[in-house]
Ligand binder design. Sequence first.
Ligand code: AMP
Length: 326
Amino acid sequence: MVTIIDSIIKKIYKKIKSYDVIVLARHVGPDPDAITSQIALRDSIRKTFPNKKVYAVGKGVARFKKFGSLDKIPEDENVLLITLDVPNMSRIDGLENIKYKEIIKIDHHPKEDIPASIEWTDTSACSTCQMITELILKTKLVLDKDIASNLFLGIVSDSDRFLLYYTSAKTYSLVSKLIELTNLDFTPLYKNLYERPFNEIQFKAYITNNLKINENGLAYIILNPEIFKEYGVDSSTASNMINDFNYINEILVWTFISYDSMNDIYKVSIRSRGPIINTIAGNYNGGGHIYASGARIKNEEDIPKFLSELDAACIEYNKENIVEEE
Ligand code: AMP
């Protein structure tokens, strides 16, 4: 039986085949899934169609260099643009001066405003890399060990080691095929995601010791440049460790609010074990998944309002879900 996803995948493959120049772009401030999906698909298209020009654009992140290098913005015309791991135009990185003719969109966030001629949004997928794995396995796109390594890391990272709610039987089945088909020795790859300097562990201890937790299960911390300096970290370090605060009895929703002095803005990461948070993030220049979202708060005065919205969501959730003990 041909599913809707199968027919979208068929259309995507046909479209890729029909263009000579293809640019792959993803969201600003990339995480491992954004970068590895971009590099894996670029390398697979290049290896399948050696005569095509294929570019992966956007600002590089030193920490993610090991996943592969990015490309300069091409000057070509009639470009097919493939957007990955991003639902909104305003958050696509490196789009300036790209003369694209049409867009294919592949993403696992709730749909927003990208005007794609082929749209593949699958919020049930744990990661964009899961979707790229499916695309490659269901078409003639090449899969080799390097491509499989990147896809494996994107899936592991975005599902938080198969822990988050959108991990499914399909996730395990696709990962199993990646390992089997390429004879992937996957355990040595984990260091690419999890190896970190000791000062980051000390910074995590600082967060642990200073996190404020209220009686409704809301936990938060406001981090300023002095703290980042003291621990030798930056504002992205905090958001990279937010998943480590999952499954703590007293915490239902938790948020790290990091002041980015370069851009004079508060970068916010939010996670939840119940209340839906992406709608609240949406009120503060943000969005994301229902239980994993980000936002950008421009004025310090808006922080108390933001926290009280999260608190209200916790109260509401507790009312509906906590059964009083007799
Ligand atoms: P983070 O806390 O930065 O790991 O982000 C969690 C999720 O929210 C990811 O899927 C991000 O793509 C998304 N996200 C983060 N910041 C924003 C934002 N300002 N607008 C929309 N989505 C965001």
